[in-house]
Ligand binder design. Sequence first.
Ligand code: G4P
Length: 527
Amino acid sequence: MNFTEELQRRRTFGIISHPDAGKTTLTEKLLLFGGAIQIAGAVKSNKIKRSATSDFMEIERQRGISVATSVMAFEYRGLKINILDTPGHQDFAEDTYRTLTAVDSVIVVIDVAKGVETQTEKLVEVCRMRQTPVIVFINKLDREGKDPFDLLDEVEQKLHLKVRPLSWPIGMGQHFKGVYSMYEQKLVLFRPHGKQEQDEDVVEITNLADRALEQHIGERDARILREEVEMIESVYAPFSRTAYLEGQLSPVFFGSAVNNFGVRELLDCFVDIAPSPLPRAAEERIVAPEEAKFSGFVFKIHANMDPNHRDRIAFLRVCSGKFERNVSYLHVRQNRKLKFANPTSFMADKKTVVDEAFPGDVVGLYDSGNFKIGDALTEGEMLHFKGIPSFSPEQFRYVNNADPLKAKQLAKGLEQLMDEGVAQMFTREVDGRKIVGTVGALQFDVLQYRLEHEYGASVQYEPVNLYKACWVTCPNEQVLREFMQRRRRDLAHDKEGNLVFLAESAWQLKTVQENFPEVEFYFTSEY
Ligand code: G4P
């Protein structure tokens, strides 16, 4: 297969959902279809159970699982499909945001009974900002849930996605009989606890007026289905692949992941419509996947769980050209050449050394501390990929060294863990004190635990009353100087030395913004 064929047959996507909607179950069924795993239960849930928020072994276990399931690749209908895993726990939402920078499309899983939940809203907002194509899968139709039309309205209102159903449920819960696929014009019948692979469960019905419908689902349901499909055709615009690819229209499927029902229809449509690797924006220019020269960026870093091997794994998305084992590439930020003897791909519980990787692929690179999130590797060009921001943290604590003999270990630990994106650190101008900011409270525990276990350092937190940290710039140097003088008490620098305003309250932030209209305040590090 030549380079273009390899490129065109890749589909790299992520599945996002609120915890418990069925992401792990759906992932597993997709892998079963692709033959990547043989038995159910091979994909472990990567979520931290609610009861375990203070159980650090659980956090460690979770980290182990999420390395293994970081990228799951399988072949289906001649395509190579890469699923990038996203953490289920909301305190790790920032990891998920970053993973979304490495995918080309997304499947959103929604629980039919719960509808659109908060976590999903936030994640889809990130997809919308990036115009990522989204497919919606409404799950658990074997249970009673909301009315499908109401759900579509909810998706449109809360997720601000324009939708177009491509399959439609026939009943639900105990009366769930199956789905009608408008995409493939066929009726798929539901047999609880059966596998949806037998041919007799799928009936081609190209014309809904066909009396065969009655035979399969009965008079009443046939009538309702005809009415509802007619309503769909009149209310929703026809499906357009162009609109989907532009992130303007989201096809919706219904099914039951645990019963493996509706999953094949979803996958078949995904394979037909989902984009092959898309271009990526760098500060310097747009990088097209077809370009001959290799480039890629690191979107996730994972520390090794084995205490005897303190190396880390940096996950790199290939953006253009071909990545090859044992070839020297330029580490742009450090301006030096690196080569990799054991680039790895991960799969459920297996890992394999890869000799080459193509755009859309993700490779795991063993790293002894060279990488941080957002770093680029190229064949020589100075490229800085955009779209891998840090988000303005909302929880803050002072960090103090609790063991004066371990100051070095603490400094190193903090630096490496910040590179991994566990939290963000700010140094205050007036007194040089260090403040750690996070998006979720759990990160403070993770940080403390890992500093102790991986670096032998011990940290003490002290409360600090802050509302938000935002990055600031001002084109007018005189105004900036005045701002810096007057607000000196509230200023800090992030790890890269960028100026950050630490607001104590929403009110204070607003007042300062009004007093300094020329100063720009940013809520992500990318501006
Ligand atoms: P998540 O990764 O999005 O957090 O969800 P996960 O797949 O772990 O699914 C959450 C729960 O929902 C699981 O039950 C799973 O079996 C169940 N589930 C998934 N799909 C369906 C479906 O189509 N119908 C029904 N009725 N349930 C579904 P659990 O009790 O938490 O775990 P388990 O003991 O069953 O594994």
